[in-house]
Design a protein around this ligand. Structure first.
Ligand code: HEC
Ligand code: HEC
Length: 164
């Protein structure tokens, strides 16, 4: 009884293995090809890490926005900053409402003080804006992933932007 069970299991395992190892033969025309040209079962390689373009904050100009509500891209490097955690956010040590003047940095946007539920403007930054890098990205020198003819809309005047 024990032996026959073991035999049955081995037989099952062997047939499962042979099924996996030898896919049914396909003719040349009907062979399935992946669009990306790589074996779909091989996981993607992590892309090589690119060096950020910007230098230390305070040494370059903001980059023009492509449209009015675009989260501005980060013109300076962020590689040397600590990672944003639940307790700490180094970005706020320069961009937060308490320190921005002293640090000669642009203050976080007006929208960052809006309560997500009620829409009211708060004194504190909304916690929904804590993870800066979710919306603001540093820059690297890399070609566009696909050719495109995208053009930003003309820049609104800074004064008009402030009114919102
Ligand atoms: C040491 C101070 C300092 C720290 C820390 C810092 N920044 Fe900045 N940031 C600046 C200054 C100054 C500028 C103005 C442009 C420049 O000088 O690079 C700026 C510009 C920006 C801008 C562009 C604003 C615009 O209107 O175009 C964004 C977005 C930004 N920073 C996001 C961040 C984020 C996100 C972090 C954290 C990962 C961060 N910064 C950390 C000082 C700082
Ligand atoms: C949910 C997306 C989002 C997150 C998270 C976020 N921002 Fe922004 N940020 C924006 C958008 C959109 C704008 C442009 C509208 C505005 O000025 O409020 C902006 C504008 C800014 C500006 C330029 C303000 C101006 O008046 O020109 C700075 C500086 C900035 N953000 C810094 C930060 C920092 C630092 C953090 C993290 C503490 C952060 N942001 C988190 C979306 C975001």
């Amino acid at each position: 009884m024990k032996n026959s069970l073991r035999f049955a299991l081995v037989a099952l395992a062997t047939s499962a293995f042979s099924l996996a190892a030898t896919p049914p033969a396909l003719s040349a025309e009907s062979a399935v090809k992946s669009l990306r040209g790589a074996d779909a079962q091989v996981s993607d390689q992590a892309p090589e890490e690119k060096i950020q373009l910007g230098k230390r904050p305070g040494s370059q100009k903001p980059i023009a926005r492509s449209f009015e509500q675009q989260p501005p891209v980060i013109p300076h490097a962020t590689e040397n900053f600590d990672e944003i955690t639940l307790e700490e956010n180094q970005c706020l040590t320069c961009h937060g409402p308490e320190k921005y003047k002293e640090k000669k940095s642009p203050r976080i946007g007006d929208s960052h003080f809006r309560n997500q539920q009620t829409g009211e403007i708060m004194k504190q930054m909304s916690s929904a804006r804590h993870n800066c890098m979710q919306c603001h990205v540093p820059q690297v020198d890399t070609p566009p992933l696909v050719d495109n003819t995208f053009q930003g809309v003309p820049q609104p005047k800074a004064a008009a932007r402030k009114k919102q």
